[in-house]
Design a protein around this ligand. Structure first.
Ligand SMILES: C[S@@+](CC[C@H](N)C(=O)[O-])C[C@H]1O[C@@H](n2cnc3c(N)ncnc32)[C@H](O)[C@@H]1O
Length: 188
């Protein structure tokens, strides 16, 4: 299925199938203020960005799938068509950078984390929210994605955290709740 973009295909039904309900945990952890600029990397249809839009003045969705982004635009969200490995922003552009349920989909994971950290302001936070692959149900999802040839690459939360340990420049906390890991990195 080389060249086939699963998310372009899924975009018409994505929000219906993967509705997020009222889960505000990432918003609490992000601790956003009105004047913050937020970038939602691999933000897809803007399913998560809409939760932040009520609080921050600027929330931008970045994604490689044009059809997913179109859904974000229909919600009135700003969007940028970009790969997470090359984010088109200068150093220190955002107060908050999030990556939700997308880390296991990106091709170059280390490059993505480095880019997110690069565009973060000093004092800013980045949050990676990922299904915890040690959870049985998540293992089933991973198997399903393998069968669908999605080329997903799940890593345990501690391994992801180790990849974004920027010594002397950051500190981090890992939260694991109900099969979901959230890694919060603060840039010093
Ligand atoms: C499971 S969806 C999650 C979307 C959104 N974060 C959410 O939670 O609703 C994964 C998203 O990552 C995007 N994606 C995958 N690889 C990417 C990459 N290298 N750069 C940018 N976006 C990417 C896909 O197009 C898709 O929209």
């Amino acid at each position: 299925m080389k060249g086939f973009d699963h998310f372009n295909f899924l975009s018409p039904i994505y929000d219906l199938v993967f509705g997020r309900g009222q889960d505000q945990r990432i918003v609490e952890l992000a601790d956003v203020k009105e004047n913050h600029r937020l970038l939602d990397v691999g933000g897809g249809t803007g399913r998560v960005s809409v939760l932040f839009r009520k609080i921050v003045n600027s929330a931008v969705v970045a994604d490689s799938s044009l059809k997913m982004l179109r859904k974000a635009q229909e919600k009135g969200l700003q969007s940028v068509n970009s790969h997470s490995e090359y984010l088109p922003y200068p150093n220190g552009s955002f107060d908050r950078v999030i990556l939700v349920d997308a880390f296991h989909h990106v091709k170059e994971q280390q490059k993505t984390l480095n880019e997110m950290f690069r565009i973060l302001k000093n004092g800013g936070k980045m949050i990676i929210e990922e299904p915890d692959i040690r959870n049985f149900l998540v293992k089933l999802v991973a198997l399903g994605e393998k069968i669908l040839l999605m080329r997903s690459h799940f890593l345990a939360p501690e391994k992801i955290a180790a990849m974004c340990r920027y010594d002397g420049e950051s500190n981090q906390k890992i939260y694991i709740e109900k099969g979901i890991a959230r890694i919060v990195i603060t840039k010093i």
